[in-house]
Design a binder for this molecule. Structure first.
Ligand code: FMN
Length: 220
């Protein structure tokens, strides 16, 4: 808890394998309260959060296995024909991840099985779901991002690890039924929270960023 903001920002990364080590809901509650200091247009604070932890996590995983309802993606997670340079960035992170795991391009089953680990929260003890009222538009969805990043940085400060998971949007109906979320809300993403399994290969993944000249212009 004595880390500088720079250390926290630089050490946050997405973790995709967790230890079976519990996290107290009180810690999560404090982090959520603090994350709500994130700014939002008009101070709307449009996030609606559900947390599952230990016994409710077990119940949810069980519920999900037995769930027989229908899902339809509520919106495309990525644009259909992703332009450059975004396409390459997305491609590279996928390739780096599968190469670390030794899963080849043609091993479609191996890739699918790895993707499906999202729906087990990668073994994390805590799962968070972030919903937003369907009435809200693009500006409010961007507020969710600020809230979630603030939360993920606070997690680092607590020596906790996270992975934001938009893949959960594909399981809207199942998640909403389990949590009994009113229909006016839409699920944006989930988040795995816990302690990283530092020995796991996938957690060695270290992503990079495009250079600043690609996306910032200093007008002279
Ligand atoms: C909103 C959001 C949703 C994401 N969804 C997923 C996901 O469903 N599954 C996954 O493995 N990673 C997911 N990620 C993690 C990104 O792949 C990751 O942030 C990116 O590759 C950069 O790596 P880093 O977080 O380690 O810096 C998501 C990240 C964000 C911000």
């Amino acid at each position: 808890m004595n880390k500088t903001l720079t250390e926290i920002i630089n050490s946050r990364k997405s973790i995709r394998a967790f230890l079976d080590k519990p996290v107290d809901n009180k810690v999560i509650e404090e982090m959520l309260k603090m994350a709500s200091q994130a700014p939002s247009g008009g101070n709307l604070q449009p996030w609606k959060i559900y947390v599952i932890n230990s016994s409710s996590m077990d119940k949810f995983i069980n519920f999900q296995k037995k769930w027989k309802g229908k899902e339809e993606p509520p919106y495309p997670i990525y644009p259909e024909k992703l332009k450059e340079p975004y396409r390459t960035s997305r491609y590279e992170v996928g390739e780096e991840m599968y190469s670390l795991l030794g899963i080849k391009r043609e091993d479609k089953v191996g890739r699918l099985n790895q993707m499906l680990k999202n729906f087990d929260f990668f073994g994390a003890p805590v799962g968070l779901f972030c919903f937003v009222d369907k009435q809200m538009g693009l500006p409010q969805w961007s507020d969710l991002g600020m809230f979630l990043q603030t939360f993920m940085l606070l997690a680092v400060d607590q020596d906790l690890d996270t992975c934001a998971q938009e893949s959960w949007s594909l399981k809207q109906n199942c998640v909403k039924e389990f949590l009994k979320v009113p229909d006016e809300y839409i699920l944006f993403c989930g988040m795995a929270i816990g302690y990283a399994d530092k020995d796991s290969k996938i957690n060695k993944l270290q992503t990079t960023r495009r250079p600043i000249d690609d996306w910032a212009t200093f007008v002279k």
